[in-house]
Design a binder for this molecule. Structure first.
Ligand SMILES: [Zn+2]
Length: 410
C-alpha cells in the first residue's frame, strides 16, 4: 500500500464511529423503496458537509417509454476536478417490509466511507469520484435503471458497490430477469353459472392453468441456469362461477441475456396460445429487464486483492452456486462493475430474514462495512493511479460486452 492508500484506509478507520452511527440510523428508519426521505437526506447532508457537490433528488427516465420521473430520494454527490479518471460508487438504503433484512443500510455506509476516502486522495490526484444514491433496489419505485437512462452515470470509467452477505465474494454473478408489468398476465373471459349454464362461460382460470402447463413443458428446453417461477395471483372467486378474470405472475431469469430474450418471446407465445385455447383475452406487457452484468474477471481479482490488503483472509472468499437479480446488473452492462459481497453473518444465514436484519445492525455488520469501504476505496484508487490497469479492465469489459447479447439492449 502506498502512502496515499494508507491515508485513505486510516481515514476510514477514523470515520468508523460516524459510519456506524449512520448505518444504525438508516436501519432504524427502515424506509421502503422510493420513500427513503430521511435516509437519503442523512447521506446527502453528510456528503455536503464534507465538501462534495450534491445534487439532491434526480430526474430519472423510463427506459421503454422515455418518460421522465422525479426521484426525490436519489442523489449524486461528486468530488474532484471533474475530469477522468472518473469512478462511481453506488449506495442503496431501502428496506423491506421486515426492516433492513437485506442490510442496505450497510451498503449506504460502506459507499459513503469509500467515497469520502477517495475524495481525500483526490485532493492530491486528478480525477473525480461520484457517489450515486440509488433508491428502491427491492422494487416498488424507480431505481438504478431510470437513473442510468437519464444519463447520471455517464462518463464513469468503473463502478463499485458492496452488499452485505454471509460471505466475501467479488464475482458479481446475477441472473437477468424480466416480468410482466402490472403484477402479472391478465386473462378476461365470460362469467356464467358453472353448473346450470357452463357452456355460456369462458374461463379465465383455464387460460392461467394452460399457461402454467405450457411453461412446465417449455422448462425442459431452456439453457442450464435459467429459471421460471410463477404464482396465481387471482384464480376466480367461487367454484360455481366461471371465472371471468384471472391473473398469473411470472419471473423469467437467465444469466445469458440472449437466452432471456428468447425465453421472453416463448413465454409471450405460451400466454397468447393459452388465451386462444380458452377463448379468452390476454393482456401482457413486459417490464424493462434487469440484466446480468458483463463479467470482468480482472476487475474482480483486483477487488479481491484489495479486500485481502484491507484484512480479509483469502479463505473468507467463497463462491456462490445460486443467484438472484439486481438492478445493479444494468449498470454492469454499461460500465465495468464490481458488486462486492461482504460478510456480516455466519455462512448459511437466511437472507431477508430476522437473522439477516439483526446482522445488519451488529458489531460484525459494522466491521464488515468498514472493511468493505476500504476495499472499494483501495480498488478504485488502484484504477485511478494505474492507467494500464484501468485500460486493461475497460478493454476486457468492452470485448466481453460484444459477445454478451448486449446488442439487444436499448
Ligand atoms: Zn439487497
Amino acid at each position: 500500500m502506498d502512502s496515499l492508500a494508507s491515508k485513505m484506509s486510516d481515514q476510514i478507520d477514523s470515520l468508523r464511529d460516524r459510519l456506524a452511527e449512520i448505518a444504525c440510523e438508516i436501519w432504524d428508519y427502515a424506509e421502503a423503496g422510493g420513500e427513503e426521505f430521511k435516509s437519503s437526506a442523512l447521506l446527502m447532508d453528510e456528503f455536503s458537509k464534507r465538501g462534495f457537490a450534491v445534487e439532491r433528488g434526480l430526474t430519472g427516465k423510463s427506459p421503454d417509454s422515455g418518460e421522465e420521473c422525479d426521484m426525490p430520494t436519489a442523489f449524486r454527490a461528486a468530488f474532484g476536478n471533474g475530469g477522468n479518471p472518473r469512478v462511481g460508487v453506488m449506495l442503496e438504503y431501502d428496506a423491506l417490509p421486515n426492516g433492513h433484512s437485506c442490510g442496505h443500510n450497510l451498503i449506504a455506509a460502506a459507499g459513503l466511507g469509500a467515497a469520502l476516502a477517495l475524495g481525500t486522495a483526490l485532493e492530491e490526484l486528478p480525477g473525480e469520484v461520484v457517489a450515486i444514491g440509488t433508491p428502491a433496489e427491492e422494487g416498488g419505485a424507480p431505481g438504478k435503471v431510470e437513473i442510468l437512462h437519464a444519463g447520471h452515470f455517464d462518463g464513469l470509467d468503473a463502478v463499485m458497490m458492496a452488499h452485505p452477505s454471509d460471505r466475501w465474494n467479488a464475482e458479481s454473478r446475477f441472473l437477468s430477469i424480466v416480468h410482466p408489468k402490472n403484477g402479472g398476465i391478465i386473462y378476461r373471459g365470460r362469467a356464467a353459472h358453472a353448473s346450470s349454464e357452463p357452456e355460456r362461460g369462458r374461463s379465465a382460470l383455464d387460460a392461467v392453468l394452460l399457461f402454467c402447463n405450457g411453461v412446465e413443458f417449455f422448462r425442459e428446453h431452456v439453457k442450464d441456469g435459467s429459471r421460471m417461477h410463477y404464482s396465481i395471483v387471482n384464480g376466480g372467486d367461487a367454484p360455481n362461477i366461471v371465472p371471468d378474470f384471472a391473473k398469473v405472475n411470472i419471473f423469467v431469469r437467465s444469466e445469458d441475456t440472449n437466452e432471456l430474450n428468447y425465453m421472453k418471446k416463448r413465454v409471450t407465445d405460451i400466454a397468447s396460445a393459452a388465451a386462444l385455447m380458452a377463448d379468452v383475452s390476454c393482456e401482457l406487457e413486459w417490464d424493462f429487464p434487469w440484466y446480468s452484468p458483463v463479467k470482468v474477471p480482472s476487475f474482480y481479482s483486483l477487488a479481491r486483492k484489495s479486500a485481502e490488503s484491507a484484512g480479509v483472509g483469502a479463505g473468507n472468499f467463497i463462491d456462490y452456486d445460486s443467484f438472484g437479480s439486481t438492478d445493479a446488473g444494468n449498470v454492469g452492462l454499461m460500465f465495468p462493475l464490481v458488486h462486492l459481497d461482504f460478510k456480516i453473518a455466519p455462512l448459511g444465514t437466511n437472507w431477508h430474514s430476522k437473522e439477516s436484519a439483526e446482522a445488519s445492525r451488529s458489531q460484525e455488520g459494522i466491521e464488515g462495512m468498514i472493511t468493505a469501504a476500504k476495499t472499494i476505496a483501495l480498488t478504485l484508487y488502484s484504477l485511478m493511479t494505474q492507467p494500464d490497469l484501468m485500460r486493461r479492465i475497460k478493454d476486457e469489459f468492452a470485448a466481453r460486452r460484444r459477445t454478451f447479447g448486449s446488442e439487444t439492449y436499448v
